[in-house]
Write a new protein. Structure first.
Length: 333
C-alpha cells in the first residue's frame, strides 16, 4: 500500500516469521544455541518460554534451519490435537502415513526412529503454542519419548509456549514430564537489561534496511514513542510501525512523526502513551532492582514509633523515681 510512497521494496513490519527479518539479538542467539545444544546432546526435552509477541516462533524457525541436514524434524505450529491424535499429527508432519490402529502407529514411528538413528541423525518434534496442551496430551508425548536405545534417546521434543506452560508443568500430575526437561530457554522484551529505546531502534533499523528503507522514515520523537508504547515487544513494534506508516501515507507525509505514532497508540490502546515532554534525548538509565524488603526512612520511623514512646515512658518513670529518692536524702540531711 505505502511501499512505493516510502521507497520500500516490501513490507518491513509483517506478521510472518520471515527469517530474513530475524534480528539476531544476544538473547535470541542464546535461545537458539541453548536449544540446539540440548538437542545435539539428545537430552530428550527442551523448553522455550516467553510472553506473546517476543519472537518464540522466529527462534524456532532459526532452530529448524540450523537442524537442517542433522535431524529429521516435525513442526507442529498449532497443537489442535489430543492424547489420541498427537502421534498421528507427528507422523503426518514427518511425511508418514498413519493408520487407524494406535499400536500400528507406534510401530511405524519406532521403525522410523531406528532408521533415522542408523543414518546418523536424530528426530526432533517441535510443538509451538504448547501452553494449550492438557495433562493427558503431555502424558502421551512423554510416553513417545520412551523410544530409546540403551545409550541415547531416539526422539527429542521442543515445547514452546507462554508462561502458562510453566504453570501447567508445575502441577503434581505433570511431575514425570517436568523431570525430563533438561534445557530451558527464556525470552524477554527488547532491551530488558539495558536501553529499551536503543534495542527497539536497532530492531526497526534492521527490518527497514532488509525492506530497502532506512530509519530516517521515522522522526526521533516517533522512535522514542514507539519504544515506550511497545514495551519492547517486537510484535507490538511491528503493529505500531505498520499503522503509523499507513497513517503517514494517508496524510501524504514523507516521514512518520510523533503525532502519527501518538494517534496509533490511542487507536490501539497501547500504554504507556508518551508525550513530547516525557521523551528524553539521552539514553535511559537502567533501574537497580530494589531488595525484597527495604523500608524507607519514613516507614522505618513509623515502625519504631511504638518503641520510642515506650522508651520515653520508661525514662520518665525512672526519672520520677530517682527525683523522689533524691528529695528524701536531702530531707534526711
Amino acid at each position: 500500500m505505502y511501499h512505493r510512497h516510502f521507497s520500500l521494496r516490501e513490507e518491513p513490519f509483517g506478521v510472518s516469521p520471515d527469517g530474513r527479518f530475524f534480528l539476531d539479538t544476544e538473547q535470541h542467539r542464546e535461545a537458539v544455541a541453548t536449544l540446539y545444544y540440548g538437542l545435539h546432546q539428545r537430552r530428550g526435552f527442551a523448553l522455550l518460554v516467553g510472553e506473546p509477541g517476543l519472537g518464540k516462533t522466529s527462534v524456532l524457525v532459526q532452530l529448524l534451519k540450523r537442524l537442517a541436514g542433522h535431524a529429521e524434524t516435525a513442526y507442529l505450529p498449532h497443537p489442535c490435537f489430543d492424547k489420541n491424535t498427537v502421534l498421528e499429527s507427528i507422523l503426518a508432519s514427518l511425511g508418514l502415513e498413519a493408520t487407524p490402529s494406535l499400536a500400528q502407529n507406534h510401530r511405524i514411528f519406532y521403525e522410523y526412529l531406528v532408521r533415522t538413528q542408523l543414518s546418523g541423525k536424530t528426530c526432533v518434534v517441535v510443538v509451538d503454542e504448547a501452553q494449550n496442551l492438557n495433562h493427558e496430551t503431555f502424558e502421551a508425548i512423554r510416553m513417545l519419548s520412551n523410544f530409546e536405545t540403551p545409550s541415547e534417546k531416539l526422539v527429542q521434543f521442543v515445547l514452546s509456549g507462554q508462561p502458562a506452560l510453566l504453570d501447567t508443568l508445575r502441577r503434581p500430575d505433570c511431575k514425570q514430564i517436568r523431570q525430563r526437561i533438561n534445557v530451558i530457554a527464556r525470552l524477554q522484551p527488547l532491551g530488558h537489561l539495558g536501553d529499551a529505546r536503543l534495542s527497539v531502534r536497532e530492531y526497526m533499523k534492521h527490518r527497514l534496511v532488509v525492506a530497502g528503507g532506512s530509519l530516517a522514515l521515522f522522526s526521533e520523537n516517533a522512535l522514542q514513542s514507539i519504544a515506550a508504547g511497545s514495551g519492547g515487544v517486537p510484535r507490538n513494534v511491528n503493529t505500531i510501525c505498520f499503522n503509523a506508516l499507513s497513517l503517514a501515507f494517508a496524510l501524504n507525509s514523507s516521514q512518520v512523526g510523533f503525532a502519527e505514532v501518538a494517534e496509533v497508540l490511542r487507536d490501539l490502546d497501547l500504554t504507556p502513551l508518551p508525550t513530547k515532554e516525557t521523551l528524553l534525548p539521552q539514553a535511559s538509565v537502567v533501574a537497580t532492582p530494589a531488595p525484597f524488603f527495604e523500608p524507607g526512612p519514613v516507614a522505618g520511623a513509623r515502625s519504631l514509633r511504638p518503641l520510642l514512646i515506650a522508651a520515653a515512658v520508661l525514662l520518665l518513670a525512672a526519672g520520677s523515681f530517682w527525683l523522689r529518692g533524691l528529695l528524701g536524702i536531702v530531707q534526711l540531711l
